[in-house]
Every structure is written in C-alpha cells, then in structure tokens.
Design a protein around this ligand. Structure first.
Ligand code: KDG
Length: 313
C-alpha cells in the first residue's frame, strides 16, 4: 500500500540554455507534474506510486529509470508499442522568460484509460494526487481521472487536486467544466491565486474559497509564488511567506510546493507546518535547474530552513 498514488503523463524534457532556434547545449531529463510530486514525496521517505502510460521507447526507458532510481513504485505503469512517450522542449524566449513547447498530442498518455489505471487505484493508498493536466490530455484520461477520484474517495482515501491549468492544452472554460464535478470527492484543492476562478464562482478569493468549502473540499491551499501561500478550511485561514532564493528555474516549483504540503499532511503537521514545508520545497525547486533535481531528501530537510547563503559544513 502506497502513502500516495499519483496518475498522469511523464515526459522527457530537453532544456536548452538559450532560444531553441539557435541550437547549442541542452540537457535531457524528465518532467510531468504528477511524477515530480511522486519523486518529491519519495525523497522525503514517503511511499509514492506513479501510474501512467509510456511508449516502449528510449524516452519511456529514461522516465522509468528515473522514477525507479528515485524510489517511486512503477509496478502499474503501462507501456505502449503504438504511441510514443511525450516530449517537452524548454528554452528561453527573448527577455529571458522560460518557454515550453509540448509534443504530446497522440502520446502514450493521451489515451490512458480508467481500465488501465484501475489496478493502481485498487492496490490501495492513503491518498490519491491528481492534477488538472491529465484530464486535458484527452477523453480517456478525463474519464480515468474522474473515475479514480470517485473510487479513491469511496475507498476512504483522501484526494488532492492541483488545478495546474495548462493553457497550451485546453481553454479555461473546458478546464472548469471538467474539474468542477470532481470537487465533491476532493479533500485538498491546491491552486494558484489566478486559477481559483476555474473551480469556483464568486468575487475574490474569500468568496471562491467559501464556494469550494461548500462544494465539499476540506482544505484549500492557494499558491502565490514569491508572495507566499494561504491555507483555508472551515474554521481557519492561515498565510505563510515564501522563502527568498535566487531564481534559477521556476518550472516545477508548484509541484514541489504541493509535495511539501502533502508530506507535511502525511507527517501530521498542523496547517502552518504544512505550508512551511510546502514553501521550503517550492524554494528548493526554484533555486536549482530542473523540475525535481534540486529537491531535498528527508535528511536534507532541516538544512533548507537555514538562513540563505549559509555554507553547509
Ligand atoms: O509543473 C511542471 C510541469 O509543468 C512540467 O513538469 C511539465 O507536466 C508538465 C506539464 O504538463 O506542463
């Protein structure tokens, strides 16, 4: 039995130092929001299982090898011979902004079905973590996410959903239509402040949080990047500041944040402690290149809380 099951698409990433059109040096690694969360949790000593579909190709081998090396359970991963592993190219646009190019249409994950993920859900977990990316991949993954959410909820597991809106994959309206029906089964809803209106109506954050709690969500966690994060439940609202770190690579920070929150939850920390761990992990991801490479092990966690610039001896 896993502490956490995550389901989604994991891809190979090629990260270019500058604009892609100029060529030059690049780095190959893996990405995928749910896989990032699984790796982050595993590094912190939790048992994490990742379920999804990969091609029977070299990129698929790299994803599997990475997950296994990080201690993530991969016993329910589906491999396909008729569809490739997705690819994500990253480069830097004019002005220095990180830019993402997806090559994931018709990928192995784009047809991930409920029948394929069902054995992983039935293997058992304390919690199921999903993102709003998977239902954007196609009708089968949309159905898989909805069925997994209901099944996990029915079995007594908590369910966390990170809205993670990806405008390259679908519109805000389509995301709202797909995600809102999941809310009665969601225990922890995580969203950036600019994603809250996808899942709840109302004027401003207060109203939207109230609507989410009314819909059955128990904990609402709002990410504000460098401005910190907030936690809301039926009784309390808590704010926590972000850690100040040199910004190297912001992609993956949200997944690290989510994993920190869920890790704190698994450890029984109070809401402030969970937000603190979330912001620590988010900062660790921002300070290193790659989605997950810079994340701490459990033993490294206390050192993250040291003042910035201190040398570890
Ligand atoms: O959160 C980081 C993700 O954006 C990245 O790993 C790729 O899953 C990904 C996506 O769909 O953008």
């Amino acid at each position: 039995r896993a502490d956490v099951l995550t389901i989604g698409e994991a891809m190979v990433t090629v990260r270019c130092a500058g604009p892609l059109r100029l060529g030059g040096d690049s780095r190959v690694s893996t990405a995928g929001a749910e896989a990032n969360v699984a790796i982050a949790l595993s590094r912190l000593g939790h048992t994490a299982r990742w379920a999804g579909a990969l091609g029977s190709d070299e990129p698929g081998e790299l994803v599997l090898r990475t997950l296994r090396a990080e201690g993530v359970l991969t016993d329910h991963v589906v491999r396909r011979t008729d569809a490739p592993t997705g690819l994500l190219l990253r480069d830097t646009a004019a002005g220095g902004r990180a830019r993402v190019h997806y090559y994931r249409r018709d990928s192995a994950a784009s047809t991930l079905s409920w029948e394929e993920v069902r054995p992983a859900v039935e293997a058992g977990q304390a919690g199921l973590h999903l993102t709003g990316i998977t239902p954007a991949l196609g009708p089968a993954p949309l159905e898989a996410v909805a069925a997994a959410t209901r099944q996990a909820h029915r079995s007594g597991a908590w369910v966390s959903l990170d809205v993670n809106h990806r405008s390259l994959l679908w519109s805000r309206e389509a995301a709202a239509r797909a995600l809102r029906p999941l809310l009665p089964y969601v225990t922890v809803l995580i969203a950036s402040d600019d994603e809250l209106d996808l899942v709840a109506d109302g004027d401003g954050e207060r109203d939207r949080v109230a609507a989410l709690l009314d819909a059955g969500v128990e904990e609402v966690v709002v990410k504000r990047g460098a401005a910190g994060a907030s936690y809301h439940d039926a009784r309390t609202s808590i704010d926590a500041p972000a850690r100040t770190v040199p910004v190297v690579d912001v992609v993956g920070a949200g997944d690290a944040f989510t994993a920190g929150y869920l890790s704190g939850r698994l450890d029984g920390l109070d809401a402030y402690g969970r937000l603190e761990r979330a912001t620590l992990l988010g900062a660790a991801s921002v300070a290193c290149a790659g989605d997950w490479e810079g994340l701490p092990t459990r033993a490294e966690l206390p050192a993250l809380a040291l003042p910035e610039g201190e040398t570890l001896r």
